[in-house]
Design a protein around this ligand. Structure first.
Ligand SMILES: *Cc1c(COP(=O)(O)O)cnc(C)c1O
Length: 354
């Protein structure tokens, strides 16, 4: 009988800096689908695979890092954990804290979190504190709490988060049997691009992959500090998951870009929402707006003739579309196309069947 997926710690324990005594707090995260996209492959004249991280237990890649960070915190005897969040970190942290029996404290920008993500933190029993400020201020407060009070910080400045998130790169190489030539993903706080690069590097150093991909990251145009080379004081984008003006892993992300021969660029909200809609309609993959930044960036680069043909390309789509339904629906005039009398004939006529 096939062995079911056991979660990223059990699957990749040898690659993670966890002691033997450390307990495993898991919800079976990781092992997400790597879906070949005929649509994108044709556009770039290569082979494009989409890593669907919305299929994780709380609907985003954050679970990969959280299983490791919460397990380590639990092993060290922590009783409470804290994070700043644009929504998905808090959804993930509260779920893993609930499993570990830890008290989760969440700091979020007031009024800037999608209802779906907020509902997750509420249902997992989070102590939710709304801050009059942005993500960057929330992170500063979280750091302060962890410094002065008995709570463990589990934002991606906690190295355990990136350790867990690097398993996304391992899975891609394990499934493809090689590293992709190019890896594309959204960039917010810049932890994930740094984590993937660490994963690809480690597999190459160990001889499991013979090459490493170029890392291409995409920020939202209104929240693109790395592209602009300066902190953005008031970041603005509909893609709330990447609405960050001063990324914690800024330097690591620049290292990933430079060491891999990659790039970090910006895409507009219109490009993001267009990519989100097209991915849903062409491939049946529904992602949240921030998750579509990588797809948007790849499409823009292809249009500009900047994607060499014949490449194997992996694109991480970071979170599930159901987390934020208001943003895409706000762009659609009416979700109901037609209202008819309850007859087969009327339905057939409206559907254009004959
Ligand atoms: C956290 C998050 C991002 C940004 O990842 P970083 O590691 O902060 O760069 C992108 N998309 C989604 C859905 C996220 O939850």
């Amino acid at each position: 009988m096939a062995q079911p997926w056991r979660g990223v710690i059990a699957e990749y324990r040898d690659w993670l800096p966890l002691g033997e005594e450390t307990p495993t707090v898991t919800l079976g995260e990781g092992g997400t689908p790597l879906i070949h996209s005929a649509w994108l492959s044709e556009i770039v004249r290569g082979e494009v695979f989409v890593k669907v991280e919305g299929d994780n237990p709380t609907g985003s890649f954050k679970d990969r890092g959280m299983t490791v960070a919460i397990s380590a915190a639990k092993g060290e005897g922590a009783e409470a954990v804290v994070c700043a969040s644009t929504g998905n970190t808090s959804a993930s942290m509260t779920a893993y804290a609930a499993r570990a029996g830890l008290t989760p404290i969440v700091l979020v920008p007031h009024g800037k979190i999608s209802a779906g993500k907020m509902a997750q933190a509420v249902m997992h029993g989070g102590e939710i504190i709304q801050v009059r400020g942005g993500f960057d201020e929330c992170l500063n407060i979280s750091r302060g709490l962890a410094k002065d009070y008995p709570v463990a910080l589990v934002n991606s400045v906690n190295p355990m988060r990136l350790e867990g998130q690097k398993t996304g790169a391992f899975e891609i190489v394990d499934v493809l049997g090689r590293a992709p030539d190019l890896h594309v993903l959204p960039v917010g706080n810049a932890g994930n691009i740094s984590a993937y690069w660490m994963g690809y590097r480690q597999y190459a150093d160990a001889g499991i992959a013979s090459t490493r991909p170029a890392m291409w990251g995409f920020q939202a145009a209104g929240a693109a500090p790395i592209v602009r080379g300066e902190i953005v004081r008031e970041p603005e984008t509909l893609a709330t998951a990447i609405r960050i003006g001063n990324p914690a892993s800024w330097q690591l992300a620049e290292n990933a870009r430079d060491e891999s021969g990659g790039r970090i660029d910006a895409v507009t909200d219109d490009q993001i929402l267009d990519a989100q809609r097209r991915l849903g309609a062409e491939e049946g993959i529904f992602v949240e707006p921030g998750s579509a930044a990588g797809i948007a960036g790849l499409l823009a680069a292809a249009e500009a003739g900047e994607v060499p043909s014949g490449q194997v390309i992996a694109v991480t789509v970071t979170g599930h579309g159901l987390k934020d339904i208001d943003t895409p629906l706000s762009r659609i005039d009416s979700i109901v196309d037609e209202v008819i009398e309850p007859t087969v004939e009327a339905a057939a006529e409206v559907a254009g069947l004959r």
